[in-house]
Design a protein around this ligand. Structure first.
Ligand SMILES: *[C@@H]1O[C@H](CO)[C@@H](O)[C@H](O)[C@H]1NC(C)=O
Ligand SMILES: *[C@@H]1O[C@H](CO)[C@@H](O)[C@H](O)[C@H]1NC(C)=O
Ligand SMILES: *[C@@H]1O[C@H](CO)[C@@H](O)[C@H](O)[C@H]1NC(C)=O
Ligand SMILES: *[C@@H]1O[C@H](CO)[C@@H](O)[C@H](O)[C@H]1NC(C)=O
Ligand SMILES: *[C@@H]1O[C@H](CO)[C@@H](O)[C@H](O)[C@H]1NC(C)=O
Ligand SMILES: *[C@@H]1O[C@H](CO)[C@@H](O)[C@H](O)[C@H]1NC(C)=O
Length: 599
């Protein structure tokens, strides 16, 4: 306990001492306690950050059986966050939220390519030189990155549109990004270098470990990002280049040494797996039941995902070996996460993401670092990628030059069982989507799904002393979904399905269809969505304070008080006028206005 307290004090010193110019660590160099390389536990030295971010890894694959080294080295020695979400279930927008510490409705990079997203839109938006790594550099960090950075960074534009904020970088560029056996990298913003017949995840590991060596050789604190494409679907770069032939996202590839693994693995046949009745809303409810060959393909696809993660797991082990050998582990935060989730077969789906079910939005988050408790699971808080980005900034004492939407993740939970009881204020997360849905795999008949625009709120809180978890989705089609995840963890019973059929929206005058308590919950969830869908800065972190400026209401539990029933019922309801691509705010009126706050 004493050691922990001392560490916590050191940490606060570090946070207080960061001057934003990188001079915070100079005084401690060569103070005798140093291990010679300058990366041991030294008073006043800012901690290092090592980020491992995988591509399309759902929280369901974040297990010890699948990733033993990750669990041995990181999870068992740190905190596992059970409720961690992507802001947008698509690589590019999610990665932009990480780089910009912003909700998607504030950065407005909403797709993987023009006109609504991708690297060119990111450049046009003026975000280059204003990203989290730029701010870490300004705070004295050496910064390195290897792997997938952003979609639509291509062999054609990688020299003319350089990335900012890194001392050295090896970015995977299109059309080679998802070609496991022919990856192409832009090294330090140079022209593409193609690696024939070498496994992508292994090159990412090798290049990243070399960056880690450079980082460890310097006296400055560092950020190193490892972004392998595993377990993303495979795309053949030759076919992508030629634009001809059958082009689809197929089973991920793995190296020969993992051929023997997971031979018997199968997707879990949960309640939502290929159900007899159609489910969900919009295009999802039109999906036919999958036949046997399709289901077999999904199982094989799943095994490919697990095998492609093995090289990532090996990389995690190598990262820890290196940090340990350098004596740097005690002053380094190591973070494992993914950009968005992935679904296979649930609700009759082909492989893919882009929806708001748990499989699509829930991703791994495990953090090990100085002073953090070991082997604890935070089951209480709810955080997202934007908060992770904010946490990096706070660890480094760095500041963006614009308003950011994140809150620092609670890294220092109480020991043992305390963590389960601790009441964290941050219990909500917003996921947004404004472009077409995408399905993957060889059985996909349409390349895109129209009408895939929605706003989703996920709340994990307490009502009447009992834990509640709700997932509330408002769609551009006028439909809504509400799932009670405590009684319906697989999201097979949309509580609002009867209202969708009756066209009861947006007023929710539904006392005849919903029980009174559900109706009260619905009004509260909609109000939170109303605030969050245009939130900026602190209102994204504390939406209840926006509704109740008095500060007396901070949680769903507080908000459920009957004295607020009339207030919540009278608030305007979130809805879209119709489905359109891109974030079109005029179609999403009303917007929250401070006059709507409780008086
Ligand atoms: C977001 O970008 C789209 C283009 O992708 C544009 O049409 C829209 O007006 C932008 N939305 C906002 C709120 O700036
Ligand atoms: C980013 O900063 C560098 C260095 O100051 C500058 O050369 C470059 O033009 C900037 N890029 C953009 C897009 O502003
Ligand atoms: C990394 O880049 C920053 C900003 O340009 C610079 O101050 C620092 O010296 C560089 N570090 C190394 C090891 O080159
Ligand atoms: C990629 O497609 C090309 C052209 O059809 C083909 O020759 C090649 O074998 C494919 N590569 C893989 C690894 O399947
Ligand atoms: C199974 O379903 C897929 C996708 O709809 C279809 O392409 C395929 O022909 C079907 N196979 C059989 C054996 O019915
Ligand atoms: C999209 O939703 C609208 C209702 O907003 C509906 O009229 C239209 O048929 C839907 N389009 C598709 C392709 O499902």
């Amino acid at each position: 306990m004493l050691i922990r307290t001392v560490l916590l004090c050191l940490l606060s010193l570090v946070a207080a001492g960061g001057d934003g110019n990188g001079n915070g660590n100079g005084k401690s160099n060569g103070n005798g306690k140093s291990n010679g390389k300058g990366h041991g536990k030294q008073p006043g030295r800012k901690p290092n950050i090592v980020l491992i971010i995988t591509d399309d890894q759902d929280a369901g694959t974040h297990t010890r059986e699948i990733m033993p080294r990750l669990f041995d080295r990181l999870v068992d020695n740190g905190v596992n966050y059970e409720n961690f979400f992507t802001p947008v279930s698509l690589c590019c927008p999610s990665r932009v939220s990480l780089l910009r510490t912003q909700a998607a409705h504030n950065h407005n990079i909403t797709n993987v390519e023009l006109p609504h997203g991708g690297w060119v839109k990111f450049n046009n938006a003026g975000y280059v030189n204003h990203t989290m790594p730029d701010f870490l550099q300004a705070a004295g960090y050496n910064t390195y990155y290897v792997g997938k950075y952003m979609n639509d960074q291509t062999d054609k534009n990688c020299v003319d549109l350089p990335v900012s904020g890194f001392n050295a970088s090896d970015m995977l560029v299109d059309p080679y990004t998802y070609d496991y056996w022919k990856p192409g990298f832009s090294v330090n913003n140079g022209p593409v270098e193609i690696h024939e017949n070498t496994y992508s995840n292994d090159i990412v590991a090798q290049k990243g470990l070399a960056h880690l060596d450079s980082a460890l050789a310097s006296d400055r604190p560092f950020f190193v990002g490892f972004a392998p494409i595993g377990p993303h679907s495979y795309m053949n770069s030759t076919l992508r280049l030629s634009g001809s032939g059958r082009l689809y996202m197929d089973t991920p590839e793995w190296p020969e040494r993992h051929d023997h693994m997971f031979k018997d693995a199968k997707l879990e046949r949960t309640e939502s797996f290929n159900p007899d009745e159609p489910m969900g809303v919009s295009w999802v409810k039109t999906l036919p039941k999958l036949n046997e060959s399709n289901v077999e393909y999904l199982d094989e696809f799943y095994r490919g995902r697990l095998r492609s993660l093995q090289s990532v797991d090996e990389m995690v082990g190598q990262i820890f070996d290196k940090l340990e050998a350098a004596g740097a582990l005690d002053n380094t935060y190591v973070i494992y996460t993914a950009d968005n989730g992935f679904a296979l077969g649930t609700h009759r789906r082909q492989p893919g993401k882009t929806l708001a079910f748990e499989e699509d939005i829930k991703v791994p988050l495990a953090i090990r670092g100085p002073g953090m408790p070991k082997g604890i699971t935070d089951k209480v808080s709810s955080y997202g990628i934007v908060d992770l980005s904010r946490t990096f900034l706070d660890i480094a004492g760095a500041k963006p030059d614009y308003e950011n939407d994140g809150t620092k993740i609670n890294l220092h939970l109480g020991e043992g069982k305390l963590a389960d009881k601790q009441y964290s204020k941050h219990r909500h997360s917003l996921t947004e989507f404004w472009v077409r849905g995408i399905e993957e795999g060889k059985f996909v008949d349409a390349s895109y799904r129209e009408n895939n625009t929605y706003r989703t709120l996920r709340v994990h809180d307490q009502v009447d002393g009992k834990p509640v978890t709700y997932s509330y989705h408002v769609w551009c089609t006028g439909e809504r979904e509400l799932y009670n995840l405590v009684s319906d963890p697989y999201q097979v019973r949309n509580i609002l399905a009867p209202l969708n059929e009756l066209g009861k929206f947006p007023a929710f005058d539904a006392g005849d269809v919903l029980d009174a308590q559900t109706q009260r919950v619905l009004h509260r969830l909609d109000a939170l969505t109303l605030v969050l869908k245009t939130c900026k800065g602190q209102s994204c972190v504390e939406p209840y304070t926006t509704l109740f400026p008095s500060g007396k209401v901070n949680t769903l539990k507080d908000a459920m008080n009957r004295r607020y029933d009339e207030y919540f019922a009278a608030l305007p309801k979130v809805h879209f006028d119709f489905c359109m691509l891109g974030y079109q705010s005029r179609l999403e009126q009303p917007e929250w206005k401070d006059e709507l706050a409780f008086k």
